[in-house]
Design a protein around this ligand. Structure first.
Ligand code: 6GU
Length: 246
């Protein structure tokens, strides 16, 4: 997958050299290119913002540098990227959206700062490429950079070959399947007793059916405690009598 990122703070993306994503880049599974928006300015001060029409606080990102950057990185043609714009006014980013984006060949992230990017930029880009405005949740970040780091990690780990063990994706909280819309329960490793706390005996039993049942019960309990609204999303076809008792 090719991944272009436009930002006025390219330094924010140093973490993409590290760990899973760093390795995916070195092995060629991910082609990440970070661009400084200011390289498409032409004035002495490399200006990227201006005051908002209609008044109000803060500054808005000027359309011209964005237009030139998008034209150069993603010229109109047969192969265009999906433009992803992180903004608190976007559609909620979910595991399902991460999976859809992981299936794309090319993503282009446009990181806004201040009060956002002049709205004509997205409107014009949408005439020549698919656009997704995406929010991480109901809070406000100072800019899209950290949101892009979050999305890149969520998307990158779903690209085949990026994770060592393919099964670790299947078991995730929110992963499609039997445990969909359940939070993952507790996990344990050696030693069997630590500071007088024993690992739940059933996990040492070797009874895989009983272990699966226990894990589902723990996931149900954790979901009820932390995200009760998710229980309403459970597929009734997949609920069994035992689920109702937990
Ligand atoms: Cl994607 N961007 C910004 N700037 N703030 C956010 C966000 C994104 N998601 C939640 N808050």
């Amino acid at each position: 997958m090719r991944l272009d990122i436009i930002s006025i703070f390219p330094e924010y993306f140093a973490p993409l050299d590290v760990s899973l994503i760093g390795k995916a880049r070195r092995t060629g599974l991910l082609d990440v290119r970070v661009h400084d928006l200011r390289s498409w300015t032409h004035d002495r001060h490399r200006t990227v913002d201006d005051t908002p029409y209609g008044g109000g606080p803060g500054m808005v990102m000027k359309p011209e540098p964005w237009g030139e950057a998008l034209d150069e990185i993603a010229p109109a043609g047969d192969a265009v990227p999906r433009l992803v714009v992180p903004t608190p006014s976007g559609r909620p980013f979910t595991q399902a959206m991460a999976a859809e984006l992981a299936a794309e060949d090319w993503l282009l992230f446009a990181c806004g700062r201040y009060e956002g990017i002049d709205s004509r930029v997205v409107a014009e880009a949408a005439t020549r490429m698919p656009v997704s405005e995406v929010s991480l949740g109901d809070f406000v970040l100072a800019g899209g950079e950290v949101a892009v780091l979050v999305m890149t990690e969520a998307i990158g780990r779903l690209i085949p070959g990026v994770l060592g063990n393919a099964e670790s994706v299947a078991d995730d909280s929110f992963a499609p399947g039997a445990m969909e819309s359940l939070l993952e329960g507790p996990v344990f490793t050696k030693p069997p007793v630590w500071r007088e706390r024993a690992v739940p005996e059933i996990l040492l039993s070797g009874n895989h059916g009983a272990i699966a049942r226990w894990r589902r019960d723990e996931a149900l309990r954790r979901t009820a405690a932390h995200r009760p609204e998710l229980l309403g999303r459970l597929d009734p076809e997949r609920l069994d009598k035992h689920d109702r008792k937990v």
